[in-house]
Design a protein. Structure first.
Length: 405
């Protein structure tokens, strides 16, 4: 079982390690009071081919993708986030996430409209009950901007054939009836595009259900539109604690000074923050980029939570990275930096099987007498198994090759 010592941790890229502002960028003449108004940001999103071409030199593949987006997943990018896009670089990691590409029109046999099987686990419209003690509450089908790899592109943005028709009364009644549910995740779309009053009213109804222990909000608004994080919003969220927010950040450049300050405001109001990243080709499928991202997140008081393998969404092949790349990234983080910085790499099992953790192979052998495993340096160790009365020593079916990286 000898194993060569692993290569040293690659040096972290410092290019994206510092926080830089988004503004003024492509909007130099907009007054600060407008730029810092989230409603102005939302109203002035870039949503057309003409709007893109005012600022970017599009490739033919991007141009064709924009035309296609009118029938699949709408185009929308907030000015704040648009300012992070490089004008002449089609390989810009920010650009790849939000600018449509003709590859979205190519669908392989393995891809699905509903890769996580949410529609088949929806007891009432808009409420997904896939895990025993928690539910996903789809409260809207709109976002501040649209990621081209969106798992719910079938219903989000209003451009696709399927529509989301959430029945809020039925959803609340279902939650009241099912006392086994203790955790509600608000998602969509993006719940933080709701007005303060609407969000407060919804959270109040949920908080009135005694067996709901805590609430979560999944949102990319702090990244796409940090201006939305106001003192008024933070006081509403603080009122409904325990409440967690999972943000979605894929690249260190997304963590601007404005985003940093918005996240600080949330944290200062007692809102715990986690981050979910999606492994994307040409965006974050390298150890230096992910290392920079997770360290920058910790500086913003955000715990890296999940690294998702990109779901088998129709038209996403050009953005999907190999699973081995995700394993290599976790291998390069584990032991080489603080455990707080290491997310759990998961694949959402196609068809509705739920999140399955995917880890490097640390265990070589396990039976009733011992566990043989390696550490981050490749050194092999043995730990005696705790005796179990009546259990005869039996070799584990696990084989070394099954855990190779």
């Amino acid at each position: 079982m000898d194993r060569q010592t692993l290569e040293p941790h690659p040096p972290e890229s410092r290019v994206e390690a510092d926080f830089v502002p988004s503004a003024p960028g492509y909007w130099p003449d907009v007054a600060p009071e407008l730029w810092n108004d989230w409603k102005w940001q939302f109203k002035n999103r870039v949503t057309t081919l003409e709007g893109l071409e005012q600022h970017l030199n599009l490739t033919p593949q991007e141009r064709a993708g924009v035309i296609l987006s009118g029938h699949k997943l709408a185009l929308a990018v907030t000015p704040h986030y648009f300012n992070l896009i490089e004008r002449d670089n089609p390989d810009c990691p920010i650009r790849r996430q939000v600018i449509p590409h003709v590859g979205e029109g190519t669908v392989s046999a393995s891809e699905m409209a509903d890769p996580c099987g949410e529609d088949s686990h929806m007891p009432v419209p808009g409420l997904v009950h896939r895990y025993p003690d928690r539910v996903l509450f789809l409260v809207t089908d709109r976002c501040a901007a649209y990621c081209r790899y969106c798992t719910r592109s079938r219903v989000v943005s209003g451009a696709g054939e399927q529509e989301l028709h959430t029945d809020f009364d039925q959803a609340i009644a279902y939650l009241e009836k099912h006392t086994e549910i203790r955790d509600v995740l608000l998602s969509g779309g993006d719940p933080l595009i709701f007005s303060d009053d609407k969000l407060d009213a919804l959270l109040t109804k949920l908080r009135a259900i005694p067996h709901l222990e805590f609430l979560r909000i999944g949102s990319r608004v702090p990244i796409f539109m940090p201006q939305r994080i106001t003192p008024e919003l933070c006081r509403i969220l603080q009122k409904h604690q325990p409440l967690w927010i999972s943000i979605h950040t894929n690249h260190p450049r997304e963590l601007t000074t404005e985003v940093r300050d918005a996240l600080a405001m949330l944290a200062n109001h007692g809102v715990p923050l986690g981050n979910q990243s999606v492994l994307l080709a040409g965006v974050n499928d390298s150890l230096p980029v992910m290392s920079s991202l997770v360290h920058k997140l910790l500086r913003c008081r955000v715990r890296p939570y999940y690294l998702y393998q990109c779901d088998l969404i129709q038209g996403s092949a050009h953005l999907r990275a190999p699973v081995r790349k995700g394993i290599e990234i976790i291998e390069g983080l584990r032991g080489h930096t603080t455990g707080y910085a290491v997310p759990q790499y998961v694949i959402d099992a196609p068809g509705g099987g739920g999140k399955v953790p995917i880890n490097p192979g640390y265990v070589f052998f396990h039976d009733a007498e011992k566990v043989v495993f390696r550490n981050f340096e490749g050194k092999v160790f043995e730990y005696p198994e705790v005796p179990d009365a009546g259990l005869q020593p039996k070799p584990s079916p696990l084989r070394e090759e099954a855990f190779s990286c």
